[in-house]
Design a protein around this ligand. Structure first.
Ligand SMILES: Nc1ncnc2c1ncn2[C@@H]1O[C@H](COP(=O)(O)OP(=O)(O)O)[C@@H](O)[C@H]1O
Ligand SMILES: C=C(OP(=O)(O)O)C(=O)O
Ligand SMILES: [K+]
Ligand SMILES: [Mg+2]
Length: 466
């Protein structure tokens, strides 16, 4: 399967939560799987995580598992039967864990804080903006609303009150439980929903460390505070997610492309990996083929130089999870043939070293860049340099390999070795066997032994002489 540079992350849900589908998605080049802890429960997530590790064993490729925290998102309780509203219909929010739903038109919203800040005239937005409700009356812990749009309301949907942040804690006790669950089950990234400040990132980092875990932290930029504190948050993060669903609810939709451009540029300018999520191929939830607007949306994201693209509903509850990935692959493949991704100048010594490796390889028209990494610190800077020469990263640690799997252009292999030289030699053997390396190829090999010894080797492959 031809190697994509932009990586694909698929959300797992009822449509894809089976060993067969997850294996199929991995074979189609999905590098990371996301589980949204706002839906379902731990026993199901554990099963899904096991299917991902099974797919990893079968495909021989490291896969990143991303656990997405509920965070301070305000979510409905359990709606036993979908509530269908026509524009103009009334419904009632009640502070209860669940409701019959259906014709009762009682929407369970078990978040007391919301009723305390809600006022008549407020606009409530839900389901990535598809549902808009006007507040008519608030009394105690209930509120009467009028549907401004036709609406189908189902369980655990996130809501936003336009212009208000009820100020729920970024990390609740439930989130701390979910962090423990994710670390116990070997998740590689933990995604911090609705991050507001860099202190939120530090707080999560502290919990991960206290639990003895090693997961990376993905920050989901989806509200006004995150946009205001963007630089600090990005600096503290391992991975940046442009969470366009909630972003489009807290801002107007017309702001989404403006913010996406800004967030992607802010992350890339400091060499941080960034992925764009949500509604990329939304119509494929119902249809086997995307719209032209969606194909162009993906093309634009590739041109902006994102590290990855994340599908949410398309693979979680869509009718065509596998076709959605096929289409995403097809669009990315074509875009990468015609686009030249613009680069940012390194601001960091390590980045400058990585950029010089890439430049050497490009100037010599090398066939491959091979890097062996023990700490995993050099590869992200190679990815940040957006090399046009294919890159293969070898590392002995499955955890390191999985975290690197979602970074731009990195073809990551798990190779046990006693040191850098041995690791590179083994990597050469593996790639020769795969036919990715042939006699006479010029390759550039690199490793960063210490701050003071950073090695770049240019060599021509002679099987007999290696
Ligand atoms: N694990 C899951 N189980 C059931 N439904 C899910 C799951 N993950 C996602 N979904 C459905 O797909 C929709 C879009 O997925 P996503 O964007 O991850 O969720 P949300 O926007 O609610 O955080 C969700 O609103 C929910 O209806
Ligand atoms: C990815 C996102 O977060 P969630 O789906 O968890 O709300 C989003 O809001 O786009
Ligand atoms: K979430
Ligand atoms: Mg969100």
């Amino acid at each position: 399967m031809q190697h994509l540079r932009v990586k694909i992350i698929a959300s797992i849900g009822p449509s894809s939560g089976s060993p067969e589908v997850i294996l199929r998605l991995a074979e189609l080049g999905v590098s990371g799987f996301r589980i949204n802890f706002a839906h379902g429960e731990p026993s199901l997530w554990r099963e899904w995580a096991e299917y991902v590790r099974e797919a990893e064993r079968k495909t021989g490729r490291p896969l990143a598992l991303i656990g997405d925290l509920v965070g301070p998102s305000i979510r409905l309780g359990r709606v036993k039967n979908p509530i269908k509203l026509n524009a103009g219909d009334r419904a009632e929010f009640r502070c209860v864990e669940e409701s019959e739903g259906g014709d009762t038109k009682i929407i369970p919203l078990p978040v007391r804080r919301v009723y305390e800040v809600l006022d008549e005239g407020d606009l409530i937005v839900m389901d990535d903006g598809r549902v808009r409700l006007r507040v008519l009356e608030v009394s105690g812990y209930s509120a009467i609303v009028e549907a401004l749009t036709p609406a189908t309301i189902t369980s655990r949907k996130a809501i936003a009150i336009r212009g208000k942040d009820p100020g729920l804690p970024t990390l609740s006790q439930r989130d701390v439980e979910h962090v423990k669950f994710a670390l116990d089950n070997g998740f590689d990234y933990i995604a911090l929903s609705h991050v507001r400040t860099r202190d939120d990132v530090d707080a999560l980092r502290l919990i991960v460390l206290r639990e003895g875990g090693d997961a990376g932290i993905a920050v989901k930029i989806e509200n006004k505070s995150a946009v205001e504190n963007l630089q600090d948050i990005i600096r503290a993060a391992d991975l940046v997610v442009v969470a366009r669903g909630d972003l489009g609810m807290t801002y107007g939709l017309e702001e989404v492309p403006v913010l996406q451009e800004r967030i992607v540029a802010a992350a890339r300018s400091v060499g941080k990996p960034v992925i764009v999520a949500t509604q990329l191929l939304e119509s494929m939830i119902e249809n086997p083929v995307p719209t032209r607007a969606e194909v162009t949306d993906v093309y634009v994201a590739v041109r902006q130089g994102v590290d990855g693209l994340m599908l949410t509903g398309e693979t979680a509850i869509g009718r065509y999870p596998i076709e959605a990935i096929r289409w995403l692959r097809k669009i990315i493949t074509r875009a990468e043939q015609v686009l030249h991704i613009e680069r940012y100048t390194p601001k960091d010594k390590r980045w400058a070293y990585a950029a010089s490796i890439v430049e050497t390889a490009e100037k010599l028209s090398a066939a491959l860049i091979l890097v062996y990494s023990i700490t995993g610190s050099l590869p992200p800077w190679i990815a940040a340099s957006r090399p046009m020469v294919p890159v293969v990263i070898g590392t002995g640690s499955p955890q390191r390999a999985r975290r690197l799997a979602v970074l731009w252009g990195l073809d990551v292999r798990i190779v046990e070795a006693g040191g850098y030289e041995e690791g590179l030699a083994k990597l050469e053997d593996v790639l020769s066997e795969e036919g990715l390396l042939s006699e006479g190829d010029v390759i550039v090999e690199a490793y960063r032994e210490t701050e003071h010894k950073q090695v770049i080797v240019v060599k021509r492959v002679f099987k007999g002489l290696t």
